[in-house]
Design a protein around this ligand. Structure first.
Ligand code: RFL
Length: 405
């Protein structure tokens, strides 16, 4: 394929109608939907195929996500191996209560399917559909966004720079990707919040310890339990900001988890080696708009949401579907109106998800300390939990937001 090797000095390779930066859930769902609609697209990914297919992150897919994937022939793996999940438990010093959210609200359940398996399926399908997917090809610049011929500069494994031109560019390269930086300062507004909470996110090579997702509210800090696969379980442990992921040995982690999850009262945890550990700071940001000229941001690149409500991958799929529809209308029907509405269509749902995630953070974490403020806020937290435990209307509202987008 001919391409210029020096950016800006020669004609760019006419790679595709749409160049997509990033092969995460956002970029790959978008790419598959575009290929399905007959739109030529190229996906450029910084990492290797093995890396993206093994990167463990999300696991809880909302009903809308499963619908989008099923309707577009992308759900074979998750329909075969995904597990339905419809109950969560809250543990406090007053005991435990369960919410069968699958029979509350709109009656929707989650499908538990590890994100890396979804990415593996999406890569395989994109290639099977004849898609152009280039691994180990980081994008280092995006230019011409406000003109008719935006171009992306990418670096091949041998260090050569290539320019690829397209009608549109989709930035699905996450929060620290190049797409965000291609938008000039001041062109979009960035809302952001640091929730002041840090989680140690753990994967344990052990079966789940109980059926439901469990959220433990404890004066020492939050602890969480979530299914992933029959042999791998995700746990979260709230830790002080700045603590190294390696600070706690495995034995201490299991002791802290058991203590905060009140295993003595509710049953022991199934322990196993901790196979992955990383700290995650609870931060959120939303860009408005999530488009600039011919560059469209999708997934974490468009906005970051704390993992407290398991919304990130689901928002990515929702945005990818809306963007695919807009790009297809523009490229196949000559109608740019849906594309012009991309931000306006996505942002209300993004803010709803942010609002719920923020509410979950306040539900699960009380401030430490004994000053008036902290004591007051912890009493509010207790009132919130009691309302959730006792009010059917509150439970319906929770379920609708927990599984919905
Ligand atoms: P991704 O998955 O980060 O993919 C972006 C891709 O872009 C590549 N890239 C570049 N490629 C080319 N050139 C460049 N310059 C590039 N820069 C970056 C990257 O290598 C990568 O392959 O973003 P995307 O597609 O927007 O997907 C977002 C989701 O990954 C994310 O929101 C979720 O994982 C968040 N999340 C969860 N979401 C859920 O819906 N349910 C969950 O249960 C859930 N659990 C989680 C989570 C995130 C977590 N962490 C690690 C923050 C649990 C955790 C611990």
């Amino acid at each position: 394929m001919p391409a210029s090797t020096v950016p800006g000095t020669a004609a760019a390779e006419d790679a595709a109608e749409v160049v997509i930066v990033g092969a995460g859930p956002a970029g790959l769902v978008l790419g598959n939907l575009l290929l399905g609609a007959g739109v030529r697209c190229t996906v450029l990914e910084r990492q290797s195929r093995a890396h993206v297919e093994q990167r463990a992150r999300a696991g809880f897919l909302a009903a809308n996500t499963v619908r989008v994937l099923t309707e577009n022939g992308l759900a074979d793996g998750l329909l075969k191996d995904g597990r339905q999940h419809d109950t969560c438990a809250f543990r406090t010093d007053r005991g435990e209560f369960h919410l069968d959210y699958g029979s509350l609200g709109r009656g929707e359940a989650h499908t538990v399917y590890p994100q890396q398996h979804l990415v593996r399926d999406l890569v395989a399908e994109f290639l099977a559909r004849g898609g152009d997917l280039r691994f180990e090809t980081p994008v280092v610049g995006i230019t011409g966004i406000t003109g008719d011929h935006p171009a992306v500069t990418a670096q091949s494994a041998d260090g050569t720079l290539h320019r690829l031109s397209a009608r549109f560019v989709a930035g699905g390269d996450g929060r620290h990707g190049t797409a965000r930086t291609a938008v000039p300062a001041g062109a979009v507004r960035r809302y952001r919040r640091d929730h002041g909470v840090t989680w140690l996110a753990l994967l344990a090579a052990a079966p789940q310890s109980m059926g439901p997702v469990a959220y433990a509210v404890h004066e020492d800090g939050f602890a969480g339990h979530m299914a992933r696969t029959p042999d791998i379980t995700r746990y979260y442990l709230q830790v002080p900001r700045g603590e190294s992921p390696d600070a706690r040995p495995d034995a201490r982690i299991w002791a802290d988890l058991a203590h905060r999850m009140r295993a003595d009262r509710h049953g022991p945890l199934h322990e196993g080696p901790i196979v992955e550990r990383r700290t995650v700071e609870m931060t959120s940001d939303v860009l408005d708009p999530i488009q600039y000229g011919r560059l469209f941001l999708v997934g974490d690149a468009a906005g970051l949401i704390s993992p407290a409500a398991a919304k990130g991958a689901n928002l990515a799929v929702m945005e990818a579907e809306i963007l695919a529809r807009g790009l297809t209308a523009a490229l196949r029907g000559g109608d740019e109106q849906p594309l012009a509405r991309y931000s306006a269509d996505c942002l209300p749902r993004i803010w709803r998800a942010q609002e719920f995630s923020h509410w979950m953070i306040n539900l699960l974490h009380g401030p430490a300390g004994s000053d008036d403020d902290a004591v007051f806020l912890r009493a509010l937290q207790q009132a919130r939990l009691e309302s959730l435990q006792t009010s059917r209307r509150h439970q319906d509202h929770f379920a609708e937001n927990y599984v919905g987008i």
